[in-house]
Design a protein around this ligand. Structure first.
Ligand SMILES: Cc1ncc(COP(=O)(O)O)c(C=O)c1O
Length: 384
């Protein structure tokens, strides 16, 4: 491998959120953090080089995105997903959640219903509630191996609750599904039938072990009702640098969303975000291929290690977050959390925070050197 994913770096005392003390267990020290979604790998060296050159001049004034930024983003999407984006569809902003919040504000009003499919990335529910929209939940089906969208329930909820907007997660965090083309077409058709706008969070789209299809790439009709939100921050471990793109083909939807972003008087991409994103799009592909191999091997290791135990990992199709079915341990949500933190010394995200269907599950971040993963699993298995 050209790139190094094995070295263990000390991130303690760097203001890293991942390495802070657990708010509910501040007395527990030396816990292995496998919760929040950032990686313990250094980003691609080409990105670090670009950031170093950007800082050399020492002047960090207001920055405009240049033609090159847009060209690189368009090429990346075409090459990786066959997604043809026009330059004027792109609305850059400072982060994925920032973009989602702006789109919800622009495209719905207080009291409107916004649908999410739980278990799902927990800030979705918080954003909907804090914007005074009404959350409507359709729970994913689980057959013991894999999660599926319950299309009947989805359509019923949309009709019965007069849903205006679907906040979709594709690939889906935390259950690691990369939706098939057919599943995506069904979602689009249902939304189209009932005039529902899709805000599709595709931040994990590069981190996949099978083909990802951007919802908006499926058809002209799909593009017409979809706000895609993408970023390289998850792919290349740049969460602290920020930056995202909303990709919106429909002019009316785009104008409304852009106006909402402008009204915040914030949200532009900064000079460092732009430099990092350009380097990622230009040079990042080989690093990403190697990262994916490393993640796949970590995922296989987790599956093998828990064979014939009371923990059943769900085979991930994408993301670096593994969803562990721990229901056979027979513990309630708080007991489960405490068991992993106090007894095993491993801090994962507790399933219940992702909403309905999350109880009894844990989400494990496997984007760490293999030696760290081995240590965590050894500590857990000793206690099973
Ligand atoms: C599905 C999903 N959306 C959004 C984010 C956060 O994106 P940002 O930091 O750009 O707001 C995450 C981070 O884990 C995520 O998993």
């Amino acid at each position: 491998m050209k790139y190094d994913f094995d070295t263990v770096y000390n991130r303690k005392n760097t203001n890293s959120i991942k390495y802070k003390k657990h708010p509910r267990y501040p007395d527990v020290s030396d816990v292995i953090p496998m919760w929040v979604a950032d990686m313990d790998f250094k980003t691609a060296p080409e990105i670090t080089d670009a950031l170093q050159s950007a800082s050399e001049c020492g002047i960090f004034g207001y920055t405009e995105l240049d033609d090159e930024y847009y060209d690189l983003l368009i090429k990346w999407n075409k090459k990786r997903f066959g997604f043809d984006i026009k330059r004027d569809w792109i609305v850059p902003c400072e982060g994925v959640l920032f973009g989602i919040s702006a789109a919800i504000r622009a495209l719905s009003k207080a009291g409107d219903s916004v649908l999410i499919m739980q278990p799902v990335y927990h800030p979705f529910l918080n954003i909907i509630k804090s914007l005074k929209r009404r959350p409507v939940v359709s729970v994913l089906n689980f057959d013991g191996q894999k999660y599926y969208i319950d299309f009947n329930d989805l359509e019923n909820r949309i009709v019965e609750e007069n849903v205006k907007l679907l906040l979709f997660c594709s690939p889906h965090n935390p259950v690691s599904r990369v939706w098939d083309k057919e599943e995506l077409c069904n979602v689009v058709n249902i939304c189209k039938r009932h005039n529902v706008i899709i805000v599709s969070d595709e931040i994990h789209s590069d981190l996949v072990f099978k083909n990802h299809f951007p919802a908006a790439s499926l058809s002209k009709e799909a593009a017409d009702i979809t706000v895609a939100v993408t970023s390289v921050t998850k792919t290349f471990n740049l969460a602290g640098i920020k930056g995202a793109n909303l990709i919106i083909a429909n002019t009316d939807i785009r104008n409304k969303t852009e106006r909402e972003i402008l009204s915040t008087c914030a949200g532009e991409m900064g000079i460092m975000s732009a430099a990092a994103a350009k380097a990622a799009y230009r040079h990042g592909e080989e690093w990403l291929q190697q990262l994916l191999k490393y993640l796949k091997s970590n995922a296989d290791y987790v599956i093998e290690s828990f064979e014939n135990t009371k923990i059943k990992p769900i085979a991930p199709e994408g993301t670096y977050l593994m969803w562990l079915d721990c229901r056979k341990l027979g513990l309630n949500s708080r007991e489960l959390e405490e068991f992993f933190i106090r007894d095993c010394g491993v801090w994962m995200s507790s399933g219940f925070i992702f909403g309905e269907g999350g109880n009894g599950f844990m989400r494990m971040n496997i984007a760490c050197p293999k030696s760290v993963l081995e240590k965590a699993i050894t500590q857990i298995k000793k206690r099973l």
